[in-house]
Design a protein around this ligand. Structure first.
Ligand SMILES: *Cc1c(COP(=O)(O)O)cnc(C)c1O
Length: 228
């Protein structure tokens, strides 16, 4: 059953979408393939998965080179250093992890002219979560305003990585904070359609709170054995 994990994740998404009373097409699955091989990506692509997320640039570029014959959509979801922006701008369709203007400006300026604008999410910090990056709520409006003017980038929405917790009510409270920031930006007139939130352990809670992209690694590929 080479696609059993894929079908199980699809079923989890479908269940949560139904429970939320949302449209089945409203939630996309982003397969997070960090630490897994190009062969593992190829196998999942053969099941029908198209969008893959990577955290580490060199690892991603190596996989992309090995998979040039497969039509895939690549999303960068890891921390972004200034010296990596040119390669990210040239080799990805989406970037989920923008947390400062300087990085967004570089990505926009370095986006190759022949490609559509880079599809972008701002990573927001969920309160109570000190270890992860992301923009504080107070800084979000100004950053969204500046990014929305960049020609090489299309701002699509927000991304968040709340602290893992088995408590579903806490999961939902964190995702709700993100959605409220998203709704506030939309109320200011920004045309945003993407809430990138929810992972293997909390995708149901994220979908109930409005996620439109869930980023799933472990539930699709198995446990990651090494830190990366
Ligand atoms: C690794 C990672 C994921 C996937 O996490 P799982 O718990 O394995 O599903 C999602 N988003 C980001 C930003 C990640 O780094």
């Amino acid at each position: 059953m080479p696609c059993h994990r894929f079908h199980a994740v699809q079923a989890r998404i479908a269940c949560a979408v139904a429970e939320a009373g949302r449209d089945a097409a409203a939630v996309r699955l982003l397969a997070v393939s960090k630490t897994f091989s190009a062969a593992a990506v190829r196998d999942l692509a053969a099941c029908g998965q198209r969008a893959f997320g990577e955290n580490y640039l060199q690892e991603a570029l190596d996989k992309q080179a090995a998979l040039g014959d497969v039509p895939l959509e690549w999303h960068f979801i890891g921390p972004i250093q200034s010296n990596k922006t040119r390669a990210i701008a040239g080799h990805f369709s989406w970037v989920h992890s923008i947390d400062r203007l300087k990085i967004a400006e570089r990505l926009s300026a370095q986006r190759p002219a022949g490609l559509p604008p880079l599809q972008a999410c701002i990573e927001v910090n969920v309160s109570g979560e000190a270890s992860k990056g992301g923009v504080a709520p107070g800084e979000l409006p100004a950053l969204a305003e500046a990014i929305s003017k960049l020609p090489g980038m299309q701002l699509r929405g927000l991304m968040a990585i709340p602290a893992p917790t088995p408590d579903v009510l806490k999961q939902r409270a964190a995702f709700r904070q993100v959605r409220e920031q998203f709704d506030a930006l939309r109320a200011r007139g920004y045309v945003l359609d993407t809430l990138s939130m929810g992972m293997s352990g909390d995708l149901e809670a994220a979908i109930l709170e409005g996620a439109t992209i869930v980023r799933v690694g472990t539930a699709l590929f198995g446990e990651r054995n090494h830190l990366g």
